[in-house]
Design a protein around this ligand. Structure first.
Ligand code: FAD
Length: 497
């Protein structure tokens, strides 16, 4: 409540926040988690907690009046539509040069993501987190993260036979005929649940296109893994629909944390302050960076260093589709859960997820989200005129990502005699180069913080989320975010608690 004193306050309930809450609580610390999004535990009038990807409604977007689907067009038709302004689950946050998609609610990005749970190849780790000892990550913290998240592999025999992965088998055939390694990637989806969906014994979820706006079925989001474990300690409280607005040193020690309560239309309904001995920033790469840059530059936390706000990258994300021949249908029925990728990282700087396009009709399209070695990095800065934090990413900075993705798809198109789709991101536009699903950086480990996430300039302030990672993980990021948080909180509990 207002005026309370807490031992540890965590801003945000995504991967970094959830790991921090569980491990601190297990170490005997009382923890308060502040989350601006909703708790997502109550069904709507349709009996479902989350809306389907094919029929977005008020639940789908964070405080927008019109949807902003990552694929804006299909067969020439724009697909966005008006929705009531609501504290929905997916934020399409627009900066001048890029739209950054993020999850909103208790569980953060785990509520909306594809569940692809990929540990980077060890040979790539030195470029991902150069100051971190790979032995401790690969021996201890990646295994711990995978266990905590419930990561498993698809049953390949079933994968070979189900119509729901025909699109992925077509993706494999095309990758291999062009000489690219096709790799299965683990996921947090409950595969037995997915088989039961196919058998018709449970309501269809992944097999009915649920994912982007939440999943009512077998996806093990943080709300099914780390967060219930944290709550079961009896030491964790979570306050949804609370937005942290300021953090400043308190006169008697610790930090005064100011927050607003918001209603489902985003209106501020109240303000509160608490004093916390320790504050853990886990608001996501964009959220944490925006808070820290603002607190530094408006005088709340003036000792934060000049590294804060720098080193932001998009994990090289770029999307594209290919138009297959009529003898290569990808299937009217597609699971929304990806299981595989095309690995051309070493030779071409791209790792492409073979992504579903679950429209319910045969499209003859193959769809891909590529992660590339795009070297461009952007910076957050406080804009005193607007009171907001800007990001200086430029649209043209995606060109290296496009070139790297082409190292895969130009060759596949040439082998198969096929072409790119030009109808998915606008009219006659091949590349989905306006967005990222994987924001990383802004408070880089060992630069803005020490080598374990302690913010330089202040005792008792920490960064625990994707903002620690310098812009790229070579694969999908959440396993690395989770493993790094596991590593850092171990050190913090040993020395600071
Ligand atoms: P987040 O998970 O972003 O959590 C931050 C939380 O902080 C949010 O809930 C936010 O509401 C809250 N917050 C922010 N500001 C405040 C504030 N001021 N006050 C209170 N609360 C605040 N990654 C993969 O590895 N595999 C995938 O298959 C995959 N698919 C994806 C698909 C989509 C559509 C998207 C959007 C992302 C996907 N990702 C995937 C990326 C992954 O979800 C993110 O990398 C991950 O969620 C980041 O974790 P985090 O702990 O840094 O922060």
């Amino acid at each position: 409540g207002d005026g309370a004193r807490v031992q540890a306050l965590i801003v945000g309930s995504g991967y970094g926040g959830s790991v921090t809450a569980l491990r601190l609580a297990q170490a005997g610390v009382n923890v308060h988690v502040i989350e601006q999004g909703m708790s997502w535990d109550t069904p709507g009038s349709d009996g479902k907690i989350f809306a389907n990807t094919t029929s977005p409604d008020y639940r789908s977007y964070w405080l927008r009046t019109r949807t902003k689907a990552p694929l804006s067009n299909f067969l020439g038709f724009p697909i966005d539509k008006d929705v009531p302004k609501y504290t929905g689950i997916l934020d399409a946050e627009e900066f001048s040069g890029i739209t950054v998609y993020q999850g909103r609610g208790v569980g953060g990005g785990s509520l909306v993501n594809g569940g692809m749970a990929v540990t980077p190849k060890r040979e790539n780790f030195g470029a991902i987190l150069p100051s971190v000892n790979p032995d401790e990550m690969y021996n201890t913290y990646y295994p711990r993260a995978n266990a905590g998240l419930g990561v498993t592999n698809v049953d390949q025999r079933w994968w070979e036979s189900t119509q729901y992965y025909q699109f992925a088998r077509v993706g494999r055939k095309h990758a291999q005929r062009s000489g690219f390694p096709f790799v299965f990637v683990p996921n947090v989806y409950d595969w037995d649940y997915m088989k039961a969906e196919e058998a018709g014994t449970v309501p269809k979820s992944a097999l009915a296109a649920e994912i982007l706006y939440g999943n009512n079925g077998g996806k093990k989001s943080l709300a099914k893994t780390y967060l219930p474990a944290a709550l079961a300690t009896g030491r964790v409280t979570i306050s949804p629909q609370h937005r942290v607005t300021n953090v400043a040193p308190a006169s008697g020690g610790g930090y005064t944390v100011s927050m607003e309560t918001i209603d489902t239309s985003g209106n501020v309904t109240g303000v509160k302050t608490v004093v916390a001995d320790k504050v853990f920033f886990a608001a996501g790469s964009v959220g944490t960076s925006k808070l820290l840059v603002k607190f530094r530059d408006t005088g709340s936390l003036p000792n934060l260093n000049g590294e804060v706000g720098t080193g932001w990258g998009d994990n090289g994300n770029v999307m594209c589709g290919r138009a297959n021949h009529m003898w290569d249908p990808t299937g009217a029925k597609q699971s929304s859960i990806p299981t595989a990728g095309i690995d051309n990282w070493a030779a071409g700087g791209a790792f492409a997820e073979v992504a579903p396009l679950p429209t319910g009709i045969e499209t003859y399209a193959s769809f891909y989200l590529s992660i590339t070695k795009n070297p461009n990095r952007a910076q957050f800065s406080y804009n005193a005129a607007t009171g907001k934090v800007d990001l200086n990413w430029q649209t043209a900075w995606k060109q290296p990502a496009i070139d790297m993705a082409k190292s895969i798809f130009d060759r596949i198109n040439s082998t198969e005699g096929t072409i790119y789709r030009t109808d998915l991101f606008g009219t006659y536009k091949i590349w989905g180069d306006h967005l990222t699903y994987h924001p990383l950086g802004g408070a880089i480990l060992n630069k803005a913080t020490d080598n374990y996430g302690r913010l330089k300039g202040y005792n008792g302030l920490y960064v625990m989320d994707g903002s620690l990672i310098p812009g790229n993980t070579s694969v999908n990021p959440f396993v690395t975010i989770t493993a790094l948080a596991e590593r850092n909180i171990d050190n913090i509990i040993t020395y600071d608690v």
